[in-house]
Ligand binder design. Structure first.
Ligand code: ZN
Length: 383
């Protein structure tokens, strides 16, 4: 008989949920909420799967993950079929195994564990849509649900994560004038502007240090125009810069910083267009860093520590190197605390898998935190 936790994670993997087509996995979430005694289980207007356990007045804690996955890619490159949810050598395999269906399974089971042990307040488990492209699901959730703290289960090798840098795709457009390459002096070579800019970028002062390690600006691509000839002086060029930001650096600050070294008023600096419009029109994701001394963070640190010690593992604290829904989820001030089973390096790869031991550790950690954060007030103590 298979462990119900592993079975649920495996069922979620078997239910395909590429971004925008999350329905099958959302349905598995709803069934799991119902099977595990949640008081409410529903899909909201954008397709997020939400389960709620209510135990009277008190705080609200949300355990959150995304149900969408990146595409499986070429199935022949996988050691086991990507939607098999197979368990081999104590690892669960498949797309979404670590990013991040296992965490969602752990959250469902942990909420039910916390309810069995007793708590005071409200516990929400939410599986959101479209994290991999723009984060529509999390934005909708943050606008429609109230909560006091969030655990975000993106993979972290069961370490507590306090945030991550933001990311912006910046385009820098350089001027020029087309001419025959044999009469280059009649034109203006846009690539010469690019070269001067890239060298200036190496000397640009950026925010340094701190828990997130500072910002970075990395040139990643140049497209000159026309791009189909080898004997034409390019009349324009677009340089792409991968900018990693710290909190306080929004799109306007990033553009201003990168514009400060463009000593030619014709040079345009802009955040790339996502093509998606609306609140998500720019290819820019915010940085996030939780206050390490926030009450919820302190309770989580102790609870995760206890849970990990019980399975012979050490508590560690770090930050993620990739972007998550955390900035959206934190929009109304609730701290977002990261903790997830699985190795983040395996996310999006054809080796995506997670150790079954991580699932057990994460379930225990989530339950321990829920019980501690939603503890019944002792006699005379305020909730
Ligand atoms: Zn993820």
């Amino acid at each position: 008989m298979q462990d119900p936790l592993v079975s649920l994670a495996s069922e979620l993997i078997k239910a395909p949920s590429q971004t925008g087509k999350e329905g099958p996995a959302a349905a598995v979430m709803l069934e799991a909420f119902e099977a595990n005694g949640f008081d409410e289980a529903y899909l909201d207007e954008v397709g997020n799967a939400i389960g709620v356990i209510r135990r009277g007045e008190g705080r609200t804690l949300m355990l959150n993950g995304h149900i969408d996955t990146v595409p499986v890619g070429d199935p022949d490159l996988w050691p086991y079929p990507p939607l098999s949810g197979a368990v081999v050598n104590d690892r669960l395999w498949g797309r979404g195994a670590c990013d991040m269906k296992s965490a969602l399974a752990c959250m469902v089971m942990a909420a039910s564990d916390a309810a069995a042990a007793g708590f005071q307040g409200t516990l929400i488990v939410s599986g959101v849509v479209q994290e991999e492209v723009g984060g529509l699901g999390a934005r909708h959730l943050a606008a429609t649900l109230g909560y006091d703290a969030v655990v975000l289960g993106e993979p972290s090798k069961c370490r507590m994560m306090l945030g991550h840098r933001g990311a912006s795709v910046v385009e820098i457009v350089f001027p020029g004038a087309i001419a025959h390459a044999a009469r280059a002096s009649l034109g203006e070579n846009a690539l010469a502007h690019v070269a001067r800019y890239v060298l200036a970028l190496e000397g640009l002062e950026l925010p340094r240090g701190g828990a997130l390690g500072g910002s970075s600006a990395t040139p990643t691509r140049v497209i000159s125009s026309p791009s189909d000839s080898t004997n034409v002086v390019p009349g324009s060029a677009v340089l792409t810069v991968d900018y990693r930001s710290v909190p306080g650096e929004g799109p306007a600050e990033v553009v201003e910083r990168l514009h400060s070294i463009a000593h030619d008023e014709r040079i345009i600096v802009r955040i790339a267009d996502s093509g998606r419009g609306g609140a998500d029109a720019l290819r820019s994701t915010a940085a996030y860093l939780a206050d390490p001394d926030a009450q919820a963070v302190r309770v989580a640190r102790e609870a995760f520590g206890r849970a990990l010690a019980a399975v012979g593992r050490r508590f560690e604290e770090d930050v993620w190197w990739f972007c998550t829904d955390a900035p959206s989820l934190a929009r109304r001030g609730a701290p977002v605390i990261g903790f997830g089973p699985g190795e983040e390096e395996l996310a999006h790869t054809t080796n995506e898998s997670v150790a079954v031991a991580d699932l057990h550790a994460a379930r225990r950690a989530y339950a321990e935190f829920a019980k501690a954060y939603l503890a019944r007030p002792k006699n005379g103590e305020a909730a």
